[in-house]
Design a protein around this ligand. Structure first.
Ligand code: SAH
Length: 498
């Protein structure tokens, strides 16, 4: 069983850092179903390919070896006991749930999106090609297309003939699958982890209830809105109706959190990026801008070394969800003036279901950015993601004083639309802003002028960049500024004692 992952992102050999496997060596791991090998058939600056090969051990597959071992899907034993089918079958050759389970063991941190050495790259969509030369695919090549295409992949699924010498015999139940796209490696691996067993649809495994959590974790950010989520959930949970019902109910709840009818339209539109993506041809920017923006903000936070962070104007909590997943953040506070937004964030984070220790890492506070709030002082970093443009311009100096003067985190990351880019959205009438609640949108020069002035006033250096595909004339759709405190140890003096 074989999967290959190729990137042409330069230097392509950074793939080794993301997978935590050195490209110059072959690596072998004992997994519950046999031995997994990772090797790099090509590793140049231009192009690098990692291959995951699973060598199954027939004795392990009968269930005698893996009791008490790590229980990836399909490795938890076969309660029906020995059958000849377990020895005489395609298991050694065809990609299936066994490969998916090996993937989760061997690339564990890459699946979580963690990378000690290349955190920014792990959070960035990169050009990828995934190849699964022999994939057991119940439902045929069409189903592979229906499952992967909505996730941003270009899908080539070629049915493998039963026997090339006898075309009349028709196709086997295998396809040769190639996926190409620009995605985060973690997303790509999670897609494979969930969808390989779904396509395989081998129903004879015993599926434990904790598989629901595994599915929702791996499906975070893409499964709830997938048009085939019903089929994916039922097959992944091996047609155990009660489990699939629970999982679908939990997914529906996640969708509810994104339903415009259920919340302030402002939050929703920004949250999903729907306002901005409306007029965009699918080929221009397949990864939603909102996701790229979050990735850029997360990369800036990681680069700053922050561990205690504020998400100011957190809205429905999309960024908070990403922050919570990353253990480097020991304290995460989301604030918003809207109690509805906070309630949504609380639901999305599933705070009530987290273990007590995790709950303590996260706080949600109602707070208006135009008033000083002592609770906000002493943090390493603060994020203002798509917030400033929601304030009337005369209120901006109050926000500046609250954040840069009073709270004074070491780093402040600000994103806001680039109004010049609006001409590239065919659905947006000339002169209109991207969202009805935006009080203004800045050109690149206006944003740079504001950031420069705030930096000078409050003692921060500023670095400005763009998020999304850079247009040669009008720039990138989103502007991002990272403010770094020049004098971290000189907080604002309280007036009374100054
Ligand atoms: N940062 C989130 C939400 C952006 S929408 C994201 O990018 O997904 C803007 C958010 O700012 C809304 O949730 C709105 O309630 C909040 N907001 C607007 N004015 C505010 C103020 N004066 N104080 C605090 N939050 C404010």
């Amino acid at each position: 069983m074989l999967i290959t992952v190729t990137t042409t992102h330069r230097p392509a050999t950074d793939l080794g850092y993301l997978l935590v496997k050195h490209p110059d060596r072959a690596h072998s791991f004992s997994v519950p179903t046999g031995t997994a090998h990772v090797l790099f058939p090509e590793a140049t600056v231009e192009r690098c390919t990692a291959a995951l090969l699973l060598d199954t051990d027939p004795a392990a597959l009968t269930g005698t070896r893996h009791r008490g071992g790590r229980s990836g899907r399909g490795t938890t034993g076969t309660p029906e006991g020995f059958t000849l089918g377990q020895y005489v079958n395609d298991r050694p050759y065809a990609a299936s749930s066994l490969l998916s389970s090996a993937l989760s063991t061997v690339f564990r941190s890459a699946l979580r999106g963690d990378s000690k050495d290349r955190p920014e790259l792990a959070a960035t969509p990169i050009p990828l090609e995934l190849r699964v030369p022999a994939l057991r695919c119940r439902g045929g090549a069409d189903l592979a297309e229906r499952l992967f295409a909505p996730l941003g992949w270009t899908v080539a699924a070629v049915p493998v003939p039963l026997d090339p010498r006898f075309p009349d015999w028709g196709d086997s139940r295998y396809v040769d699958l190639t996926l190409t796209g620009t995605l985060r490696l973690a997303d790509a691996l999670n897609h494979l982890y969930v969808l390989l067993p779904v396509l395989d649809d081998a129903k004879h495994y015993w599926v434990a209830p904790d598989e629901i959590d595994k599915l929702l974790r791996a499906g975070a950010g893409w499964l709830a809105d997938h048009p085939e989520r019903g089929l994916i959930t039922r097959r992944y949970l091996a047609h155990r109706r009660a489990l699939a019902g629970t999982a679908l109910a939990r997914l529906a709840e996640l969708r509810l959190a994104d339903d415009p009818a259920d919340q302030d339209s402002v939050v929703e539109a920004v949250d999903t990026g729907a306002d901005e993506e409306a007029g965009l041809p699918a080929t221009v920017d397949r990864q939603p801008l909102a996701a790229r923006r979050r990735a850029a903000v997360l990369a800036a936070l990681e680069a700053s070394g922050a561990t205690r962070v504020l998400d100011l104007g957190c809205g429905g909590g999309a960024l908070l969800t990403d922050l919570v997943r990353n253990r480097r953040y020991t304290e995460i506070v989301g604030t918003d003036v809207s109690s509805r937004a906070l309630a949504m964030a609380e639901r999305r984070l599933r705070l009530d279901r987290l273990p007590a220790r995790q709950q303590q890492r996260i706080k949600l506070w109602q707070s208006a950015l135009t008033y000083r709030d002592d609770r906000l002082r002493g943090f390493d970093a603060a994020v203002l993601m798509e917030v400033v443009e929601h304030l009337d311009p005369p209120r901006l100096p109050a926000l500046e004083a609250t954040v840069f003067g009073h709270a004074r985190p070491g780093t402040v990351v600000v994103t806001t639309p680039n109004v010049e880019y609006n001409v590239r959205y065919p659905g947006l009438a000339a002169g209109t802003l991207r969202h009805a609640d935006h009080r203004f949108e800045w050109s690149r020069a206006e944003f740079a002028a504001w950031a420069g002035r705030v930096g000078t006033t409050y003692g921060y250096t500023v670095a400005i960049s763009g998020v999304g595909d850079e247009d040669p004339e009008v720039g990138a759709p989103t502007q991002l500024a990272v403010f770094s405190s020049a004098t971290p140890s000189a907080p604002e003096q309280p007036e009374e004692t100054a």
